[in-house]
Ligand binder design. Structure first.
Ligand code: PEP
Length: 233
């Protein structure tokens, strides 16, 4: 099956990069590749109004209630989001989001008509103990329903400049695919994320089970992001 590559820009707690809304913006729709930006909640509306494909960095599973500071999946969909990240490691660590909570987010996102991107991956300690395959298995098994996009993001690679070898990424992605139900194996897109830069992106993208990239730091530099996107063409 031909899986359309997806390149996601996670802007984290940063304003949209310079030129994000220009005609030449690398964050705009392009042929042959899906591009999604993940701005802060405050910038979602402006990005939607400028016709970018937009996702939220997180969402609350409950439709409404006493959750000060949170935004529900339903509201995200109503305000023009198409995607939502679920279980990003920074949410898991800074906001104590558990596997069970992430499972609720994924389910609520799908019910609201959003496309969840489930983020999974092992910590440095878990890698040291060679537990990475057990960790992602546990994270996948916690889901009551599996989304059609998964991002493998080893926690130790996020924002650190250290990356797994391309062959290790391929091995993990093939392992993740093998854990999916038969009817989801071929159609599920598995993205790699963790210190992706223009000079290493091609190496990941050439692997058969890598269907795209989730880019943090380098997505804040329009030049670097453009170079990464061009590698897909
Ligand atoms: C991320 O935020 O998901 C990420 C992968 O960040 P970075 O590319 O900076 O490692």
């Amino acid at each position: 099956m031909n899986r359309t590559p997806l390149i996601a820009a996670n802007w984290k707690m940063n304003a949209p990069p310079q030129g994000w809304d220009s005609d030449e913006s690398p964050y705009r729709k392009q042929d042959g590749v899906e591009i999604v930006v993940f701005p802060t909640f405050l910038d979602i509306r402006t990005c939607v109004e400028k016709f970018l494909v937009v996702g939220a960095q997180c969402g609350r599973p409950e439709p409404t209630g006493t959750y000060t500071g949170d935004i529900s999946m339903e509201l995200l969909a109503q305000h023009g989001c198409t995607y939502v990240l679920c279980g990003h490691s920074e949410r898991r660590s800074h906001h104590q989001e558990s596997d069970a909570f992430v499972a609720l987010q994924v389910k609520a996102a799908m019910d609201a008509g959003l496309q969840p991107i489930l983020c999974i991956g092992e910590s440095a300690d878990e890698r040291e103990l060679k537990q990475q395959f057990d960790v992602v298995k546990r994270q996948l098994e916690a889901m009551s329903i599996l989304p059609s996009i998964i991002a493998y993001e080893p926690v130790w690679a996020i924002g650190t400049g250290s990356c797994p070898a391309e062959s290790d990424v391929q091995e993990m992605h093939a392992n993740i695919r093998s854990l999916l139900p038969e009817d989801k194996k071929e159609g599920t897109r598995i993205l790699y994320g963790g210190s992706v830069k223009p000079d290493n992106a091609a190496g990941f993208l050439k692997e058969p089970d890598v269907d795209g990239l989730l880019v943090g730091g380098a997505s804040l530099d329009p030049k670097e992001f453009r170079q990464i996107v061009h590698l897909v063409h």
